[in-house]
Ligand binder design. Structure first.
Ligand SMILES: NC(=O)c1ccc[n+]([C@@H]2O[C@H](COP(=O)([O-])OP(=O)(O)OC[C@H]3O[C@@H](n4cnc5c(N)ncnc54)[C@H](OP(=O)(O)O)[C@@H]3O)[C@@H](O)[C@H]2O)c1
Length: 276
């Protein structure tokens, strides 16, 4: 499985499982657990979660799915902004570790920028890293100006930025993607299928037919074709987990990339970062 390097030198897989909306309902739990376990069996090397998802329910689900496995996936989790003070971040991380049943979260992110001063959050992240409770840390939903602010406090250790980025939402390409690429900070593209909304677009369906793959695979392969971009589609279905992983095998020709650029125009001016 392909990986990319975080600024610390650690490797992060470029593909993983998203878990938003999981762990929220007791009725759905068995199906969600089955889908995650199946995905891990297929070789998904990473899981993205957060204390927010199901108010801890998604982290518990991930904990159950990875328990007893000989090789556990790379784990990404996130702290709520209202917990992201010096002491609050450490306490939130301890709770997440407990729910996940692991001794270390590989990448720990500030979910979005809130009221807590960034220097406090980064100080706590640094303490957690020194204690071995997290491998790396980073941010989420940070636009270029937020990344610039973060750079004043992160001691060069900001490992990643997880943002809304997909074919139908290409705004970050104007300034955020180049800013991050210049500093070798990976971009984690969330909602890569635009929560399913992208998949019915006629242009995507037509081009997927030409490539010989499904629309979801084409949308994911487009993200994976970009250096320093990592993505984390979510599914609660075994079949879709398998389908989405198939994107890793697809190499897009320059012609298809150009056709996608015509159908889903890259930005011509700055667009404020969108957030879901
Ligand atoms: N940092 C943040 O603020 C933030 C915000 C949003 C998301 N995220 C992370 O990014 C992950 C992915 O984003 P997302 O969950 O918002 O949206 P997404 O991955 O773009 O789309 C998920 C939706 O698409 C459906 N789907 C998945 N694969 C499909 C396929 N092959 N064909 C048809 N439909 C398919 C899923 O339905 P089924 O489940 O029924 O298959 C689900 O409804 C999240 O789960 C979360 O981990 C982070």
């Amino acid at each position: 499985m392909r990986s990319c390097k975080l600024p610390s030198g650690a490797e992060m897989p470029v593909f993983g499982i998203g878990t938003w909306r999981m762990g929220e309902s007791a009725r759905q739990r068995a199906q969600e657990l089955d889908a995650i376990v199946h995905a891990l069996d297929l070789g998904y090397p990473m899981i993205d979660t957060a204390e927010m998802y199901g108010e801890g329910g998604a982290e518990e689900l991930v904990g159950e799915a990875i328990r007893g496995r000989t090789r556990r996936p790379f784990i990404v989790s996130k702290v709520y902004p209202h917990n992201a003070t010096r002491a609050g971040t450490v306490a939130a991380c301890e709770r997440s570790l407990k729910r996940l049943g692991v001794e270390r979260i590989d990448l720990y992110l500030l979910h979005w920028r809130g009221g807590a001063p960034l220097e406090q959050t980064f100080e706590a992240f640094h303490r957690l890293k020194t204690a071995g409770k997290i491998g790396d840390f980073g941010v989420s939903n940070f636009d270029t100006d937020d990344m610039q602010d973060a750079a004043r406090h992160d001691n060069g250790e900001n490992g990643a930025n997880q943002v809304l980025y997909c074919l139908s939402r290409r705004g970050p390409e104007f300034d955020l993607v180049p800013w991050m690429r210049q500093r070798s900070i990976p971009l984690m593209a969330y909602s890569p299928l635009d929560q399913g909304g992208l998949l019915g677009k006629p242009a995507l369906r037509k081009l997927a037919g030409e490539v010989g793959c499904t629309p979801a695979q084409l949308a994911l392969a487009w993200l994976l074709a970009q250096p320093g971009v990592v993505t984390i589609p979510k599914s609660s279905s075994r079949a879709r987990m398998k389908e989405n992983l198939g994107a890793m095998e697809i190499e897009l020709s320059p012609q298809i990339l150009a056709d996608l650029d015509k159908a889903f125009l890259p930005p011509r001016a700055k667009q404020p970062l969108q957030m879901l």
